[in-house]
Design a protein around this ligand. Structure first.
Ligand code: FPP
Ligand code: K
Ligand code: ZN
Length: 480
């Protein structure tokens, strides 16, 4: 199809400065203004790097082959200066394999390599370290298990010593209901989310092992006190950078977001996803989110994370858009919308998509126009500043694409559909369908060309639905 620049339809909200502007100039407003200035030529499709690559809606096409090339390359050698990444090897593997799977690549060809990479990282006493000889940590065990699920197959699944994993996780369970990430180390909601993903995918027993110290405090299972712990993570602070936090005084309401731990801390999108996804592993969203969250306040905070004209999300109040929050913040929406909608009646096999509480179009514009590097890979945001060189990396490539896939699909769960029974029935009953993303400029039209669509991910496990089902089924057949 040929069209002239005049034909391109971009709603003004995504190409003009906001109509209402606060005239107080601060360091925060200055960097915000600089960010908008950087993004505008990309959003308008006029930046040279987008030349000949926008559709009639002004949306850049997905540079699929270049991203695939970039990700394959990210799995090869690194120079010495990258030595600090040695503690993140399971993450490097996960980000690349997950993003490749979203782009339609078959990652099962990496089975042998994943097995040989992860084998030396598993510790006898359970769990995986981030590299050879390192202590087991939930932030490395989580991506390790997801990599095994992604490549799939008997040889990958059987690598995990599930009995030792169960015992190790028992030692991480804390009297307040949460989980430490490493024995004797920090405790926050990443621990709770990573632990429950591992327990549910590997179908580990819910009872705490007999030797778990949490038993001395009256806890019996991995779930004991957990939803209450998560509900205490609603932020009691009113935002800004951590150095300028203002404690809420009486009369002010709290911010409504979710923080990393119950002791008052700043609300952040990455922790919000951990809290909500963990609650949805424990039960149906309409039960768990409605019961344990203050939904109206959460909606207000989450809505405030999406900016215009940029269209992308920030992770916290008064901070800048960043492509990775397309997942951490953006993928909170399907969980919340599902909580508000409730489980569909058994007669509606696919419930109709909701009135969307966020702008799918805005997020798509930010990801495709502002985050793609023309040589491959996706980034936090455009521009080069003295403070930070906005180059792509596999973390941002993975999470911008996860967010893009999230907005291209309608996620729903259907209790009647799950072959899994018990505690995790709801977690394994999520389904999705590809949906049309319409534009405010032409509401009847899909802004996506078919070639720019990604595969769907399970909204709680961030791997394909079939990968989550397959590892779980394999483990169900082999009780420990
Ligand atoms: C602030 O970074 C970032 C955080 C406080 C949390 C980051 C955590 C995650 C991204 C993932 C956690 C989840 C799991 C499952 C391990 P910043 O100050 O550089 O960014 P900001 O300005 O956007 O807040
Ligand atoms: K950031
Ligand atoms: Zn980021």
């Amino acid at each position: 199809m040929t069209f002239t620049a005049q034909d391109v339809r971009i709603p003004s909200i995504f190409k003009e400065l906001p109509a209402l502007r606060d005239l107080l100039v601060t360091q925060t407003s200055t960097v915000q203004d600089e960010t908008v200035e950087k993004c505008l030529p990309f959003l308008r499709g006029t930046d040279g790097s987008l030349r000949d690559n926008v559709n009639v809606h002004g949306l850049a096409h997905l540079l699929r082959d270049r991203h695939i090339e970039y990700l394959y390359d990210s799995l090869e050698d690194y120079p010495e200066t990258f030595v600090s990444l040695d503690a993140s090897r399971p993450w490097m593997s996960y980000w690349a394999l997950a993003a490749l799977a979203l782009l339609g690549e078959d990652v099962s060809k990496y089975r042998e390599r994943v097995i040989s990479t992860l084998t030396p990282m598993q510790n006898e006493k359970g769990g995986f370290g981030g590299g050879h000889g390192q202590m087991s940590h939930l932030a490395s065990t989580f991506p390790a298990v997801l990599c095994l699920a992604l490549v799939g197959g008997h040889d990958a699944y059987k690598l995990v010593d599930r009995k030792a994993m169960w015992v190790w996780l028992g030692r991480l369970k804390q009297p307040d209901g949460g989980f430490q990430l490493v024995i004797g180390g920090e405790e926050d909601v990443r621990g709770a989310y990573c632990a429950m993903v591992i327990i549910s995918l590997l179908n580990l027993p819910l009872d705490l092992p007999p030797e778990a110290e949490a038993r001395q405090h009256g806890l019996r299972t991995f779930v004991s006190g957990l939803p209450e712990y998560l509900s205490r993570c609603e932020s009691l602070f009113f935002g800004g950078q951590s150095s300028i936090l203002t404690k809420v005084t009486s009369g002010q309401t709290f911010e409504g977001g979710l923080s990393g731990k119950p002791s008052a801390a700043e609300a952040h999108g990455a922790y919000a996803f951990c809290v909500l996804a963990c609650l949805c592993i424990l039960g149906k969203p309409e039960d768990m989110i409605m019961k344990y969250m203050d939904v109206p306040l959460l909606l207000s905070w989450l809505s405030a994370r999406q900016y215009a004209p940029e269209g992308g999300y920030s992770g916290r109040t008064n901070k800048l858009v960043d492509g990775c929050y397309s997942h951490w913040v953006g993928d909170c929406w399907p969980l919340i919308q599902s909580a508000l909608r409730g489980t569909p009646r058994e007669t509606d096999s696919v419930p109709p998509p909701d009135t969307c509480l966020y702008s799918r179009e805005g997020l798509a514009r930010y990801i495709l126009n502002c985050c793609q590097n023309k040589l491959g890979g996706l980034r936090d945001k455009p521009g080069k500043t003295k403070a930070m060189n906005r180059q792509p990396d596999s973390y941002h490539t993975c999470y911008t694409l996860t967010g893009l896939s999230g907005l291209q699909h309608h996620h729903y769960h259907n209790g009647a559909d799950s072959s899994v029974t018990g505690m995790f029935a709801s977690a394994f009953s999520w389904r999705s369908i590809s949906i049309k993303v319409s534009s405010t400029a032409g509401p009847d039209q899909d802004i996506f060309d078919d070639v720019d669509r990604l595969a769907s991910f399970h909204p709680l496990f961030t791997i394909p639905h079939k990968s989550a089902d397959a590892i779980h089924r394999w483990c169900e057949d082999r009780p420990i």
